[in-house]
Design a protein around this ligand. Sequence first.
Ligand SMILES: NC(=O)c1ccc[n+]([C@@H]2O[C@H](COP(=O)([O-])OP(=O)(O)OC[C@H]3O[C@@H](n4cnc5c(N)ncnc54)[C@H](OP(=O)(O)O)[C@@H]3O)[C@@H](O)[C@H]2O)c1
Length: 334
Amino acid sequence: MNESFKALVVTETSAEVFTREITNRNISDLPQNDVLIRVHYSSLNYKDALSASGNRGVTRSYPHTPGIDASGIVVNCISGKFKAGDKVIVTGYDLGMNTPGGFGEYISVPSDWVVPLPEQLTIEESMMFGTAGFTAALSLYHLLRCGQSPSDGPVLITGATGGVGSLAVALMAHAGFEVIASTGKLSQYNYLYSLGAKTVIPREETDDKSNRALLRAKWAGAVDTVGGNTLATVIKACKMQGVVACCGNVQSPQLITTVFPFILNGITLAGINSADTPMQLRASIWKHLATVWKTDKLTDICRIVSLNELPDRIEDMLAGKITGRIVVKHDPDK
Ligand SMILES: NC(=O)c1ccc[n+]([C@@H]2O[C@H](COP(=O)([O-])OP(=O)(O)OC[C@H]3O[C@@H](n4cnc5c(N)ncnc54)[C@H](OP(=O)(O)O)[C@@H]3O)[C@@H](O)[C@H]2O)c1
């Protein structure tokens, strides 16, 4: 196939200077993988914003099309594992990192990255969840797997107005947990209450500077999207036998703590890696998102934008100005 399609392409114009533009690409430019997918929706995640600004920890070489999320329809599959017309989801693995991603109208990927769309989800809803929702759901799964239950007490979500944070608030509340949401955005308290948070606290309360090894217990568990001193604080102020899901590093990748929360309070730190989740668990998490964990807050959390609007929204994300999630709608009928 030699059809041309639109994609956001990030180019290094001179040393460490990167530009982003919507340009035409050819299907023959894509890597020759097993499955060719016409992408209908993608979404903007923090990792995409890093890839789109030249972060070599995410993307080694440019020009490159980011987009770690994609949902759409199979055009062809060489191995026969999928058939033309199948509705599918691809999130994580190498998509959008060093493999051209969902910010293009077509992707070509190995078939073992592809999840059949659960019948209870639309292609659009799957990207309203996207990697952010999948990560929030994986965090919920690990809290439950480690024995956490709503009767243990409230669960804290940090970076609560972000993509992972918003969906974690909505999913945890939907699952019956009392949610404490921590945010740096004073203007978004009502948004967090509307998603199901019972209490909203300022970011400073989860960024303790006292240097104490343990703090007064305030939550029974947590989903942390922030890392750094926030994660250290969250661990120190967790009740006995609490479980903390560690997802992100927007504040810092460093974690400076002592062993005391672990050996005196029995805290479990659960690492969350959405990108490399094994296929069986991956499919099961998507099934849960499509059924028992399906929140009715998706339209409150998500804003749908076109590919043309995406460069501005990437700037907003890098400036910390986004609340909720940005979903990218391609034009499948063109
Ligand atoms: N482990 C995984 O598999 C996985 C998957 C997806 C994402 N992630 C990671 O999770 C994190 C969040 O991703 P996202 O896509 O949700 O990003 P996002 O939409 O940009 O949300 C990040 C949120 O963090 C808070 N924040 C920003 N800068 C901060 C700072 N300096 N100190 C404290 N809080 C700050 C803000 O929330 P408030 O204004 O409400 O405080 C912001 O909305 C990223 O580090 C991302 O790489 C990990």
